[in-house]
Write a protein that binds this ligand. Structure first.
Ligand SMILES: *Cc1c(COP(=O)(O)O)cnc(C)c1O
Length: 349
């Protein structure tokens, strides 16, 4: 059935292996981030055959049914309402709030287990992480006093909100924090996690500062793209995931609507350029599944727009028939929403 996301398991395996090799060459352990594909078990099964070091996801929901023997890392800071599940379903969580870590400790005592945390440090990208150095050291001391919490390491997240690029200079700040914290607690930290797919270039150039030993990779593996500059990575595929959608109407019509114009279905006032008649195709997929800006047609067509359930294309340059299936390459945003949509079939090859 269409629409469907076609998932190439061999290409996925190839990509994971390549990025894993690159990480290990740089003495970095790798967390494979599964959130963009909703931790789809068929893809997790591929990871289960590989020597990745951790599986990471931002949603506790995705860990509940996951079958894997890899260590599980929760990327998004836990909500207070999910600490029980965090302790139950994950081995490690990223944290920045002492209040939450205290509750994780209470819960770990209750479940008679130990939970590990990676303390996040904000180096300026201004998403999660402790920014103030005094607060950081106080938090470390507090964590050390907690019976059932293990401070597994520290981490930082860049190029996510603020677009800050991971330069050696920026990452060296994390290494400096490592030294201060290790002196304070009198032991080495297991994990010093330097970032995500925006670290690819540094890895390729052997420029990850010594003292950083972990990367968390999602987009680079799924889309074959590093995320500091958006460049394609050599020797990895950019089409592990593609979309197929079918034509339900194909007609020659004007390029501009006729009559007095108000708002569209989404309350927006739209303008059109009149370029004469065109061959227009409607595909059975819409905004409820994916935002059309995030689709990259493979055929010589241009995307005109979409409504909830319809995608409109100018296909004047092609000779399609009703029922034909068109393919699209995807971006991070479109893989994310298509994998999340229950209306889109997942088809594995
Ligand atoms: C999503 C996420 C990642 C993965 O980022 P990519 O750019 O997809 O590699 C890494 N770390 C954290 C904390 C995340 O939330």
């Amino acid at each position: 059935m269409y629409p469907r996301v076609v998932i190439d398991l061999d290409k996925f395996k190839h990509n994971v292996s390549k990025i894993l090799e690159l990480s290990h060459q740089n003495k970095q352990t790798m967390m494979m981030v599964t959130k963009v594909f909703c931790a789809d078990q068929r893809l997790v099964d591929v990871l289960n055959e590989l020597d990745i070091d951790y599986i990471a996801d931002s949603r506790i929901f995705n860990f509940k049914n996951m079958v894997t023997s890899h260590k599980k890392v929760l990327l998004r800071l836990p909500q207070l309402c999910e600490v029980e599940d965090v302790v139950k379903y994950t081995d490690i969580s990223l944290n920045s709030e002492l209040k939450t870590i205290n509750l994780l400790n209470d819960e770990a005592i209750k479940q008679e287990t130990t939970h590990s945390v990676i303390l996040m440090i904000d180096l300026g990208d201004l998403r999660e992480g402790i920014f103030d150095k005094d607060e950081l050291l106080d938090t470390v001391k507090e964590i050390e006093s907690l019976q059932n919490i293990h401070l597994e390491g520290i981490g930082t997240n860049l190029t996510c909100y603020g677009g800050v690029i991971p330069t050696p200079k920026t990452l060296n700040k994390l290494v400096e924090f490592r030294a201060v914290i290790e002196t304070l607690i009198g032991r080495e930290l297991n994990i010093v996690s330097g970032g995500n797919s925006s670290n690819i270039l540094l890895l390729e150039q052997n420029k990850i500062p010594r003292g950083i030993n972990n990367v968390r990779m999602g987009e680079s593996i799924v889309l074959g793209r590093e995320t500091a500059y958006g460049d394609l990575i050599e020797n990895v595929y950019d089409d592990v995931f593609t979309l197929e959608a079918s034509i339900i109407e194909l007609k020659t019509k004007p390029s501009a609507p006729i009559g007095e114009l108000g708002m569209n279905a989404f309350g927006e006032k739209v303008t059109f350029e009149d370029t004469g008649d065109m061959l227009r195709a409607i595909l059975a997929i819409g905004k409820q599944d994916v935002s059309h800006e995030n689709l990259i047609p493979i055929d010589n067509v241009s995307i005109l727009g979409s409504s909830s359930d319809h995608l409109l294309l100018d296909v004047s340059n092609e000779s399609f028939k009703v029922g034909d299936v068109l393919q699209f390459k995807l971006t991070y945003g479109s893989v994310l929403s298509l994998m999340t949509s229950k209306y889109v079939e997942k088809f594995y090859v």
